[in-house]
Design a protein around this ligand. Structure first.
Ligand SMILES: NC(=O)c1ccc[n+]([C@@H]2O[C@H](COP(=O)([O-])OP(=O)(O)OC[C@H]3O[C@@H](n4cnc5c(N)ncnc54)[C@H](O)[C@@H]3O)[C@@H](O)[C@H]2O)c1
Length: 369
């Protein structure tokens, strides 16, 4: 039976989520909610469902299985905690937009509370719900990458000084807004391919044209990491301070002892180069014939329906909580890395070990491994 869903926060993203639920056979969109009446009403009309102006009312009047939290707020995350906790307290599963929160203690509490209530808390870590990431993960699982050696990620927005304009909103003109709002995405992908991160070292800055306008945002983030498995990694992100070169706005290269892959433009292209075989060493300037997957997809919007479908599948199938894909705990991991990066920046690039994640206890009543 389709899962009944109510969406909270009817901005651009809430409406995108609502469209996904409407088109997904595993879901039935039953209501939308926004504290701004006009937004709730417009969304209700667009999606053909009932409007609510508070989550409390929606929970009191609708039989929901899932509450989708697509609110935003300061650093794109300060309005997530309250509705998420309220929905969990009412016994509903939650899919929350990223970042889980702009406050690490709130994010930890959300994950803790969901575990206590034995409810699913998922996060919209949509960037690896793609054909490119799926195939890349298969290269890893099939042993075609081998022992991980390095991970290089470049991600952000295209821009430059001629298109720059100061975002004066106090919700975003904050030093760490780009880190908190955005780095969840690249860190989630790095962790998906390479596992947990053990150490973080960060430098952050901004270009002169931002400084001249009094922009507070640390828009350029250069982050060096060491994974638990001893592979090394690097993440470069900026918020539209330059135009991205090779790989476009989103590219990741993961190299191992048996092969290397590179994803370009998130959804669009995956290239895999096998490591040379004995007797076939490559000279400088020579290249192994790569395998290329060109999906023909350029629109990153394609990630939303596939990520939301995965959440619906996991809830429908009642997967063990620790198997939930892109869980709240996974999202918390990315925030722990971001907080470590902030601490490193504040200590002039010192190496910082992210706080440990909450342990996974498992459930003896669930027989599957
Ligand atoms: N995963 C992605 O790829 C992706 C991309 C863009 C944005 N986002 C995230 O999506 C979220 C929403 O972004 P947006 O641009 O649509 O934001 P927005 O600010 O335009 O919309 C948020 C809406 O939530 C409403 N709201 C706030 N608190 C509420 C509450 N307690 N109850 C009911 N309504 C409430 C606001 O009135 C507003 O209409 C952000 O957290 C952002 O980080 C994710």
């Amino acid at each position: 039976m389709a899962l009944k869903v109510g969406v909270v926060g009817m901005g651009g993203i809430g409406n995108t989520h609502a469209e996904c639920y409407k088109k997904d056979p595993l879901a039935e969109l039953v209501a939308v909610c926004d504290v701004v009446k006009e937004k709730a009403d417009a969304a209700a009309e667009r999606h053909g469902v009932k409007a609510y102006y508070s989550l409390k009312d929606m929970l009191a009047n609708e039989e929901l299985d899932i509450v989708d939290v697509s609110t935003g707020g300061y650093e794109n995350g300060s309005w997530h905690f309250e509705p998420t906790m309220e929905a969990l307290d009412a016994g509903k599963h939650v899919l929350c937009e990223k970042p889980l929160s702009n406050d690490i203690n709130e994010a930890r509490e959300m994950v803790r509370f969901a575990a206590e209530k034995k409810l699913y808390l998922g996060c919209n870590l949509n960037h690896y719900f793609t054909l490119t990431a799926e195939r890349a993960k298969k290269y890893i699982d099939d042993g075609m990458v081998g022992e991980l050696i390095y991970c290089l990620f470049k991600m952000g927005f295209h821009g430059g000084e001629e298109t720059y304009s100061l975002n004066k909103s106090p919700r975003f003109n904050q030093p760490y807004a780009h880190m908190k709002a955005f780095l969840t995405h690249p860190f989630s992908v790095m962790r998906y391919f390479c596992g947990d991160i053990r150490d973080v070292q960060a430098f952050a800055t901004k270009p002169g044209f931002r400084k001249n306008k009094g922009d507070l945002l640390l828009s350029i983030n250069s982050i060096h990491v060491r994974f638990v498995n001893d592979a090394v990694g690097y993440l470069l992100s900026h918020r539209g301070d330059a135009v991205w070169g090779l790989g476009g706005w989103w590219s990741v290269e993961v190299a191992g002892s048996k092969g290397t892959f590179c994803i370009e433009n998130c959804v669009e292209k995956l290239t895999y180069w096998p490591a040379p075989k004995p007797g076939k060493s490559l000279g400088i300037g020579e290249e192994q014939e790569p395998e290329v997957l060109n999906t023909g997809i350029k629109d990153f919007g394609a990630t939303f329906p596939s990520r939301i479908h995965a959440f619906l599948e996991d809830v429908t199938n009642g997967v063990p909580h620790e198997h939930l894909r892109a869980s709240g705990r996974d999202a918390l991991a990315t925030l722990e890395y971001i907080w470590a990066a902030i601490e490193s920046y504040e200590n002039d690039g010192a190496v910082v070990r992210p706080a440990p994640l909450p342990p996974i206890h498992g459930d003896p009543k669930v027989e599957r491994i």
